[in-house]
Design a protein around this ligand. Structure first.
Ligand SMILES: [Zn+2]
Ligand SMILES: [Zn+2]
Length: 458
């Protein structure tokens, strides 16, 4: 009976089900329509902003180019960036920023208040690398500075000079467009990124206590990808880095009488080979992890067995489990090599390390469509994180949700030429690394300005 009575009721079920479906369908159509319109309107306003940034660049690019070449020719090592910091501080003051120097050593903080709204941080690094530039560029560096106590050639081989110039250019564009946004800009010049200490030094010097904690942060890094392009991704963007130093101890002797020695060259050599089994046999093959030895220092002459060897290198990983596994495997291997040689225990030290940069999902979700609207196919979602590391992660860990993206820096013709000849393109940290200023800087200015405009109050 209930069954029969239910018959007509059952007929009603589809009606009841269809009506909401139909309504949902209409609502979906309406929302697709309005979302489509909203997206079109948003894209149009991004293109309008980009046109305005470009007009400013057309007027002021020559000065940015001169600034870039000057910084490139006068690179400075971490915590020695006195000239660089002073130059950027002067540029920012001239634009009306309130500038504080010597934050965390050689760091600078430039604040521009423009009414109520979010505080947005834009970070550039200030430092260069201890190596001799071999690009042959007319504005190549011939500078030297003290590195580990010795005069050493210095080169902007990581392209931080591109970031600094784009940082100044973005500040100029934002100030020129100040009637179109409100909020506060916090432009920071961070020392010593390469030695992974500058971000921590600025934070320890009260960066966020003295100047306020930004709501959002942005940074970019140039590579040997095609100039005029950029890549971004939500989530993990770059690896954790842990520098290590191992002091192998031995007993010195004449090269002809090895029986009297404990040979630290043999200890160090075994270590370099054996430690790779931590990667190949202990690490999950699906997890990212790299362990590289970049420096071995021992001995003075071919007929002397030295009494010690110093091995230096770097570990890279994306997750904490792998990071811990590689560090403990390295310590265990170093200890075992010393023991096997009957040597005193090896002394292993790690630097303070840098955590992985993890991009904020919401900010990436907001900025990605802006990049797409402005650059089309020239803005790509990176398929995976890079193996390089960045101490920008310190600002994220300190509570600033951020987006850190990659910027192409090489002439596509040069890339195509190298590919056709089967040559390897010089990468960051190579003495031949030579990004082209135009359009790398222009793209950096456009991307940074648009990203900041996208989160400021309008
Ligand atoms: Zn670097
Ligand atoms: Zn770098």
């Amino acid at each position: 009976m209930v069954g029969r009575l239910q018959f007509p009721v059952s007929l009603m079920i589809p009606t009841r089900a269809i009506r909401p479906l139909l309504l949902a369908g209409v609502a979906a159509l309406l929302s697709v329509g309005s979302a489509g319109h909203a997206a079109d309107a948003k894209a149009a306003s991004v293109l309008k902003e980009k046109a305005e940034i470009d007009a400013g660049l057309d007027r002021g690019y020559a000065q940015l180019d001169a600034l870039y070449k000057d910084i490139h020719e006068h690179p400075e090592l971490g915590f020695q960036e006195a000239r660089t910091a002073a130059k950027l501080a002067a540029e920012m003051r001239a634009m009306g920023f309130e500038v504080t120097e010597h934050v965390g050593g050689t760091g600078i903080v430039a604040i521009f208040k423009n009414g109520p709204g979010p505080m947005v941080m834009v970070r550039t690094e200030l430092d260069a690398l201890p190596l001799e530039e071999k690009t042959g560029l007319p504005y190549a560096s011939h500078a030297t500075q003290l590195w580990e106590g010795k005069p050493t050639p210095v080169d902007h081989a990581c392209g931080h000079d591109i970031h600094m110039t784009a940082w100044v250019g973005a500040a100029q564009a934002l100030v020129a467009m100040k009637s179109q946004w409100h909020g506060t800009l916090m432009f920071i010049g961070q020392p010593a990124e390469e030695t992974v200490g500058g971000a921590r030094a600025m934070l320890a010097d009260g960066l966020f206590k003295r100047f306020g904690k930004p709501d959002i942060g942005f940074a970019q890094h140039v590579s040997n990808g095609p100039a005029g392009t950029l890549s971004y991704r939500a989530g993990v963007n770059s690896s954790a880095a842990d520098g290590f130093e191992i002091a192998f101890k031995g007993r010195g002797a004449h090269g002809s009488r090895p029986q009297l020695s404990i040979d630290p060259v043999v200890e160090a050599s075994r270590f370099v080979v054996d430690v790779q089994s931590v990667i190949s046999r202990e690490k999950d093959p699906a997890a990212f992890g790299v362990l590289s030895v970049g420096s071995i220092q021992s001995g003075t002459a071919g007929n002397i067995i030295p009494d010690g060897a110093i091995v230096r290198g770097t570990i890279r990983s994306y997750d904490e489990d792998t990071r811990t596994k590689l560090k403990s495997g390295l310590v265990r291997t170093a200890k075992a090599e010393a023991e096997m040689s009957g040597a005193p225990p090896a002394v292993v030290t790690f630097d303070a390390g840098a955590s992985a940069v993890v991009n904020d999902d919401a900010i990436t979700g907001r900025t990605g469509p802006i990049f797409k609207a402005a650059f089309g196919d020239r803005a790509v979602v990176a398929p995976g994180p890079g193996s390089a590391s960045e101490d920008y992660s310190e600002f994220i860990i300190a509570g600033v949700p951020s987006l850190f993206w990659g910027l192409g820096g090489y002439d596509p013709k040069v890339i195509a030429d190298a590919q056709s000849k089967g040559q390897v393109l010089p990468s960051n940290h190579s003495p031949q690394f030579a990004p082209i200023p135009e359009p790398s800087i222009r793209t950096g200015v456009e991307a940074m300005t648009l990203a900041v405009l996208g989160v400021l109050g309008k």
